[in-house]
Design a protein around this ligand. Sequence first.
Ligand code: ATP
Ligand code: MG
Length: 428
Amino acid sequence: MPGDHYQVSTAPPGRRTSLYSLTDGSDVGPEDEDPRCGPSTPLQRLHRSMCTDKKVMKELIIGHRVGFYKVRGEIGYGTFSRVKLAFHALTKDKVALKILDKPRMDVQAQRLLSREICNTEGLQHPNVVRLYEVVETPCRLYLVLEYAGGGDLHTRICDHGKMAANCCKVAFAQILLAIKYLHNNNIIHRDLKAENVLFTARGCVKVADFGFSTRVSSRDRALDTFCGSPPYAAPELFRDESYLGPPVDVWAMGVLLFFMVTGTMPFRADTLGKLRRCVLDGSFAVPPWVQGPCQRLIKGMLRPLPQDRHAVDQMLGCDWLLPVEFPWPLLGPEPAGWQNQDEEEEVEEEVRAGLEELGFTREHVRNHGPLDSRSPVTGAYRILLHRTQRSRGCETVPVVRGMVRDPKREGLRAYRGFRHTSKFCVIS
Ligand code: ATP
Ligand code: MG
C-alpha cells in the first residue's frame, strides 16, 4: 500500500523517540554502520535490513512485514478485523496480528478499538490473551497479540460436537478464572461467546476479543450500552435501560457452558425478535443426561434476575468443579498466585538480559515504559516476559482428578466454605 510503510529510527541517547518512524528517515543514525561500534547486535542488523535491504523494504511496503514482525497466513477474521499469524523477527516468537483497516472504521469502531487496547493493556493472566504491541501505519492498525494456536471453542464444538465432561470442566474452570481476574480488575468483557474462547496448542484456554469490553469504576456501576452477541445476551440487556456488568458476563458463561456440554444453544430462534422473546421468557431445557451438578451450575447462571444469578467466586466452589485441581491456590491476589516476589525479580532480570542480548539497551528500556504499547521495545519486552513466565509453568492447565483426594486443598476448602453464604453471592 503506497505510503503505508515504516522507516526505522534509532534514538540518540536520552532522547525519547520511537524506534519506528512513519514519516521521514531524517533521524536514521549512521551509527548502525559504524565499525567502531563493535560487532552489531541482532537489533542493529534488523534496523539495517529495514533501511537498506530492498527485499525487506518491499516486504514492509506490501505488508508482509509489519514493524518487527514477519507476517504469514490468515488465521481468522471477525466483524471488524482480519487476524494473521506472524513472527517477531528478533525473538522468533509466534504472534497473532489483528489487522484493522482505518478507512473502514467509523467513529464507533475507533472508540471500540481504543477500548480494546486500553482494557487489554497490562492484563497478565494465563487465561487472557495478552496484548504485546500496537503498530500503526497511515492506513492500518495492527494489534500484536499472543498467539493461541489451538483454535477456538466454537469451531471445536462445530467440528467435534459437545465436549466430554472432563474436558468441559477443565476448559470452563479456566474461563471462570479469566472472568474472575477481569472482574477483579473492574473489566467487563461483554462479548463472551464460543468464538472468543481460544486454546493454545497445549490446551490452555485464552479469553480473547476485548472489543466490547469496558472498564468500570466499580462493579456496581450501571451500564447502558447494549453489546455482545444476541444468543449470549442476558434478559436485562433486552429489557432494561441499564444493567450491571458482572451478571451479564455470568449469563453469557451460562450459555457457553450449555453449548459446551450439549453442543446446542439454550436459546434459539430464526429472527432477533423471536430470540429476544425466548430469552425474556427464560425457558430452556437442559437435557436430562447432563450431570446434576452441571445442570445446577447452568441454571444458577441462567437465572432471569441478575441479582439471583451465581457470582463467579461461588461457581469456583461448585460441586461440578470440585474434582478440578488448579495449578495455583485460588485465593490470594492474581496472578501473583503463580509468581512470588523473589520469582518476579528473577523473571524481570531474565527478561532484561534477553533484551540486552538482542541489542535493546538499558536506555531503550528506560525510554519505553512497559505500558507503552506503541513501542517495539515494549513489544519485545512483553513477548520475552510472557515466554519466561510460561517456562516457569504459569500456563499449567488444571487437571481433573478421578476423585477428590484431598478435600482440604487450600483453594477449594475456602471456596466450599463460603459458597452457601449470601455474603459472597452479592453481586457488587
Ligand atoms: P468479532 O467482533 O466478530 O468477534 P473481531 O473482529 O473482534 O471479531 P476477534 O474475535 O478478536 O475479531 O478475532 C477473530 C478470529 O480470529 C477469532 O475468532 C479467532 O479465530 C482468530 N483469532 C483472534 N485472536 C487470535 C489469537 N490471539 N490467536 C489465534 N487466533 C486468533
Ligand atoms: Mg471475536
